[in-house]
Design a protein around this ligand. Structure first.
Ligand SMILES: NC(=O)C1=CN([C@@H]2O[C@H](COP(=O)(O)OP(=O)(O)OC[C@H]3O[C@@H](n4cnc5c(N)ncnc54)[C@H](O)[C@@H]3O)[C@@H](O)[C@H]2O)C=CC1
Ligand SMILES: CC(=O)C(=O)O
Ligand SMILES: [Mg+2]
Length: 545
């Protein structure tokens, strides 16, 4: 076959069988397509049947990925119309498996690849896109050191940036033509990948230290120079880099760390909503976080900030937080404590009589002493919330908020059905993965998905429409509150977060709340007295132009 016109090869403009006779004449497509001219709806009906014929989610993933690379409008039409069904396929949990197999399955790519061995190429790579300063709203980058809970996946992690962007568009109508997925290839410590002949990334250990920092600094500088209005989303970096980068550059660039800020905010939504049931405030909570890495400590920060907003001092708030990591309860006498855990490290004197197993103070021991009102899992330690742990937590308080948030499914701390069973229906539960409703003693339990995907798309849209120069804590709080406002979980079995089926409407509300807050704080570069209308009109819809 010879050349095809660019309008046909570019997935952003390709309409395939929906090109009209006139368009076919105009673009030199005569003879390149069967004569039938279809509507988008007809195409979507066929594509949905093809999609449905695949049995395994991973096969569905590859089908949709190929469609995405061929015809974006049709891809987003399918995804938007079947968001609840397809979110677990294009995103969490199936995306974890796709990432593991990425190099082996490589066919084509839609990302920008930047290599630590050629930092001088960052500028060239952005220039090669041929886009102007006003053409880009969003970049999602990852160095893939901590993909979901499955670890270091090097260049294979490209698809987390691609998947996060797909959710931005399907959930919040971020224009896909104005968003870029980026892989920062800094090497990998994943020995299986390094030994795999099919691996497509840099074949050396993960670079750390000065060279890494200089690479990130260059990325931020060049990205902000080329696309000064774009939000710079960071995804699935290792705990120490994630935090360092955010703290260092937060006031200088429009950066957003989804695992810390997005996850922290969706957890704030879940807790705010749970507190409607228990009729308590944040200042009354006792928080145990199991797995004190990027996400876990991000949540501890946001919940303790909420306690302080309700009047507690920093010390008082800190006294209500217990972190547990790989070496058990985090205490201040532990050697080599990462800086992000130090803030919440407990005084060893206070726990000197607590039981130790192999030198560690276990989760069970902590919950039996603390009687937490909130138990969060961000550990990747599958099954860690055992029956005994959940029974102990439930014996300590009337309605515990229990959030096993580790992704994907193979990493979750406990399945909701078990938690509801063991807590005799009392726990208020949300998980990172999607869960189908289930029955417990005659009541149907709905589990809201406590995944940052329920929050970051609307947040991003709010930042984009207001052109906020920075993402403030109050904007994150506004986003969290907007999500929580959409649910009333006071009846038994009701979810504490809104369903994915309402995600588009929910994202619009989040965007409005974020833009209003940005304007109120004076960080919005665009202002409006009708954000509802601005948001509605700016949401991209999958339609042929
Ligand atoms: N639901 C959501 O929206 C989100 C969920 N997550 C999930 O949270 C988990 C953690 O992600 P990150 O914080 O980014 O990773 P991370 O690697 O920064 O943190 C994990 C922490 O858990 C600790 N850990 C590992 N095994 C443990 C064990 N047996 N006992 C106690 N602690 C243990 C590690 O030492 C580390 O500090 C992942 O499964 C990820 O998918 C992360 C971000 C968002
Ligand atoms: C959801 C997400 O961002 C994570 O699991 O890393
Ligand atoms: Mg993540």
């Amino acid at each position: 076959m010879t050349n095809k016109p660019e309008v046909y090869t570019n997935p952003l403009t390709n309409k395939e069988t929906a090109f009209t006779r006139d368009e076919r004449l105009k673009y030199g497509l005569v003879g390149r397509l069967p004569v039938g001219v279809e509507t988008l709806e007809q195409q979507a009906t066929r594509a949905y049947k093809q999609y449905s014929a695949f049995e395994k989610n991973i096969e569905k993933y590859f089908y949709l990925d190929a469609l995405h690379n061929r015809n974006e409008v049709l891809y987003y039409k399918l995804l938007t119309d079947h968001l609840e069904e397809m979110l677990p396929v294009v995103y969490d949990p199936t995306i974890g498996q796709a990432i593991k197999e990425w190099s082996a399955n490589y066919r084509s790519s839609r990302a920008v690849y930047l290599s630590i061995d050629h930092p001088e190429d960052i500028r060239v790579a952005f220039a090669n896109l041929g886009l102007g300063a006003d053409d880009v709203d969003l970049l999602v980058c990852s160095d893939a050191e901590a993909i979901l809970g499955i670890g270091d996946w090097g260049v294979n992690g490209t698809d987390i940036s691609v998947g996060k962007l797909a959710v931005y568009t399907a959930a919040a109508g971020v224009n896909p033509a104005r968003a870029i997925a980026v892989n920062l290839d800094v090497g990998t410590d994943n020995q299986a990948l390094l030994a795999d002949p099919a691996y497509l990334g840099n074949r050396h250990a993960r670079v750390r230290g000065e060279k890494y920092d200089a690479f990130i600094a260059e990325y931020l500088k060049v990205a902000a120079e080329y696309f000064p209005n774009a939000m710079l989303h960071f995804e699935d970096f290792g705990a120490s880099n994630a935090r360092r980068i955010l703290v260092k550059y937060r006031d200088q660039y429009r950066i957003f760390n989804d695992d810390m800020q997005g996850t922290g905010a969706i957890v704030m939504s879940a807790v705010t909503s749970g507190l409607k049931v228990t009729k308590q405030g944040f200042k009354d909570q006792r928080l145990v976080v199991y797995g004190a890495g990027t996400a876990g400590t991000g949540m501890a920060d946001q919940i303790s900030a909420a306690m302080q907003r309700e009047g507690l001092t920093r010390e008082e708030a800190k006294a209500r937080v217990w972190l547990i990591d790989i070496h058990g309860l985090v205490t201040s006498d532990m050697a080599n404590l990462p800086d992000y855990q130090q803030e919440y490290a407990r005084d060893p004197a206070e726990v000197k009589d607590w039981h130790r197993t192999n030198g560690k103070i276990s989760l069970l021991e902590v919950v039996s002493h603390v009687k937490p009102t909130i138990l969060i899992g961000t550990s990747t330690d599958h099954g860690a919330f055992t029956e005994e742990v959940i029974r102990t937590v439930s014996a300590g308080v009337e309605r515990p908020i229990i959030l096993p948030l580790s992704n994907p499914t193979e990493k979750i701390e406990a399945m909701p059905e078990d938690i509801i069973n063991w807590s005799q229906g009392k726990a208020l539960v949300s998980t990172g993965i999607p869960i189908k409703p289930f029955d417990y003693q005659g009541t149907t339990f709905h589990i809201g998905q406590g995944n940052n995907a329920l929050l970051y798309p609307g947040l991003g849209l709010g930042v984009i429409v207001s052109r906020a120069s920075t993402i403030t804590d109050a904007m994150l709080e506004a986003a969290a509150q907007a999500v929580a406002d959409q649910v009333n979980p006071t009846e038994l079995g009701h979810a504490i977060l809104p369903p994915v089926s309402q995600l588009r409407a929910s994202s619009a509300k989040v965007a409005v709340a974020v833009a209003k807050q940005a304007q109120a704080e004076g960080v919005a570069q665009v202002t409006s007295d009708n954000w509802e209308q601005v948001v509605e009109q700016s949401m991209w819809k999958p339609e042929y132009k």
